[in-house]
Design a protein around this ligand. Structure first.
Ligand code: UFG
Length: 345
């Protein structure tokens, strides 16, 4: 079958990666997954196959291993671009085990860049995060908002990776073009409810904690502080539907393959709208019809009081705009949680 090109998706069995695989395929690309399944599950591959009606190739390797990466590039041939999702992402764990984060998140990018250069693969989309802005002085944050000192090793790995990519772009002779997407808070699941977020153990993130509470896996949600300087006192975030976020990767790959990207570009990928934790809780109750058991607790260390994206650059230069809102995100997350329960029966 003729496709628009083969796209290697590291971490393609993970939460955002699996949704990107779907959107890439549906946009006419041939996604090829690399995943080591340390923080993802094989069942994601079955979900992808069920949605697409076809299997997607998956190489079970660790992205920090140059020799294994080389073998994939060699065997696949003709890779048009790479989307690098594979990384650890738990803020608290990164504080306890920083070396694990530097080794995996920084090591995998360096290994990947080396092998991409060897095989003359020059298009890269990198998963970055709004965490690079730390506690911003102005809102909404634009791509020009200064990057602040990271408040966790995890956040630092994202900054270091952006620095590595910038240094490479400024170096002599590198042909690699990178689009770094700075994600805000991804939520929700595919409308088919066949893929979604699969947190291992107790979820760190708000929405899986809410859905697990509503379904009875957790007793109650703790809202981490309502004494912030925000409309209702709880933290404000920019929650973007994972399907919209996945589509941003297709747009970025299109731009790279069309030769329109500069050597390095950063884009905020969010909705442009901020919602408080209590608004998320209320919206969840509305769309799910469930009463959520929650309490107000103390602040969580390291939380940014308020952050949301200025999306002007992504709108104007990428032509990217989100189509789905908080309600759709939460409703799809709930459908996914229900589906997980039904499949366990
Ligand atoms: N929250 C609760 N209770 C919970 C879980 C979360 O009240 O049980 C609140 C948090 O305090 C925060 C909001 O819900 O205000 C969202 O929290 P998440 O953990 O879902 O997301 P974060 O905004 O903390 O995390 C994001 C990205 C990370 C990034 C981090 C940096 O997901 O990749 O910002 O602050 F590192």
């Amino acid at each position: 079958m003729e496709t628009k090109g083969k796209i290697l998706v590291t971490g393609g069995a993970g939460y955002i990666g699996s949704h990107a695989v779907i959107e890439l395929f549906q946009a006419g690309y041939e996604p090829v997954i690399i995943d080591n399944f340390v923080n993802s599950q094989e069942s994601a591959l079955a979900g992808i196959a069920a949605i697409l009606n076809t299997d997607v190739t998956c190489h079970r390797i660790d992205c920090t291993e140059v020799a294994a990466l080389r073998e994939v590039f060699q065997n696949e041939g003709n890779i048009a671009g790479v989307i690098h999702f594979a990384a650890y992402k738990a803020v608290g764990e990164s504080v306890r085990e920083p070396l694990k984060y530097y080794h995996n998140n920084v090591g995998s990018l360096v290994a990947l860049l080396q092998v991409m250069a060897e095989f003359n693969v020059t298009n890269l989309v990198f998963s970055s995060s709004c965490t690079v802005y730390g506690v911003p002085d102005q809102l909404p944050v634009t791509e020009e908002t200064p990057v602040k000192k990271a408040n966790s090793p995890y956040g630092n790995t994202k900054q270091i990776c952006e620095d590595i990519l910038t240094d490479l772009a400024n170096s002599d002779g590198s042909k690699i073009h990178t689009i770094a997407l700075r994600y805000f808070n991804p939520i929700g699941a595919h409308p088919s409810a066949k893929i979604g977020e699969l947190p291992l153990g107790v979820p760190n993130n708000l929405v899986p904690f809410i859905t697990q509470t509503a379904i009875g896996i957790r007793e109650k949600l703790t809202v981490f502080g309502t004494d912030y300087d925000t409309s209702d006192g709880s933290n404000v975030r920019d929650y973007i539907h994972v399907v919209d976020l996945a589509k941003a990767h297709v747009v970025a790959i299109d731009r790279l393959l069309a030769g329109k990207a500069k050597q390095i570009e950063m884009f905020n990928i969010g909705t442009g709208q901020g919602n408080s934790v209590l608004e998320v809780v209320k919206t969840f109750e509305k769309v799910s019809g469930q009463k959520l058991n929650y309490e107000i607790g103390p602040r969580r260390a390291g939380d940014v009081p308020k952050i949301y994206a200025d999306v002007t650059k992504a709108t104007q230069e990428l032509g990217f705009k989100t189509e789905l809102g908080l309600e759709e995100g939460l409703a799809s997350a709930w459908q996914w949680e229900l589906n997980l329960k039904n499949n366990k029966k």
